[in-house]
Design a protein around this ligand. Structure first.
Ligand SMILES: [Zn+2]
Length: 196
């Protein structure tokens, strides 16, 4: 009996097994990614995340997800402590990491899981809606006009929407920044964010 050669329209059974990816919810995917990245961070990277998050307080509901020990540590000092390599700060760094994946696409998360050797997963779940950056128009900002820096095009959103007004923090006009962005799109992870 002749055995037919496998083709894309006639895949052998073992092919199907290979391509059937495990499904994962995006929240679980983000947790796995953040935990894997936490281990890889060096001293300076830990410090940078802690600096960004050390001012967290009761006005942010996520503050209460931290242990009581860390809550009181944060509340007791304005300055960043010197023992930042201590594991007791890991939960705050994890919070910083998980927050940084808010609004990113499921495709990007799936790639990241593979890249970090966590596994091949199909990520699903509703993507948190962010605001579109005035420069690149990808949804990267949590609020508008709050001096957040776009993670994709690096425009600092100082609230200007006028194309030809010089923007101090950006050292250029919005029109110039848009032109700059258009030139470098090939090198940027355009699949990380949702376009407006
Ligand atoms: Zn942008």
């Amino acid at each position: 009996m002749m055995v037919e050669a496998p083709t894309p329209s006639n895949p052998p059974l073992n092919w199907l097994r290979v391509y059937k990816m495990t499904k994962i919810d995006r929240h679980d995917a983000i947790k796995k990614i953040s935990k894997a990245i936490l281990i890889l961070l060096d001293h300076d990277e830990r410090e940078s995340h802690l600096l960004d998050w050390w001012s967290i307080d009761e006005s942010n509901p996520e503050f209460f997800t931290l242990s009581e020990q860390l809550q009181s540590l944060i509340a007791s000092g304005d300055d960043l402590p010197s023992d930042i390599d201590d594991k007791k700060y890991d939960e705050l760094i994890l919070l910083a990491l998980t927050s940084s994946y808010k609004g990113v696409t499921n495709v990007f998360l799936s790639k990241k899981l593979k890249q970090l050797n966590i596994g091949e997963y199909e990520v699903s779940g509703e993507i948190e809606t962010l605001m579109p950056c005035p420069c690149c128009k990808y949804r990267t900002l949590s609020v508008l006009g709050n001096y957040e820096i776009c993670d994709l095009c690096k425009w600092e959103d100082n609230g200007t929407s006028n194309l030809d007004t010089y923007s101090g923090p950006n050292h250029m006009t919005l029109r110039e920044a848009k032109e700059l962005f258009a030139k470098k799109t090939e090198k940027l992870p355009l699949d990380k964010w949702v376009k407006e």
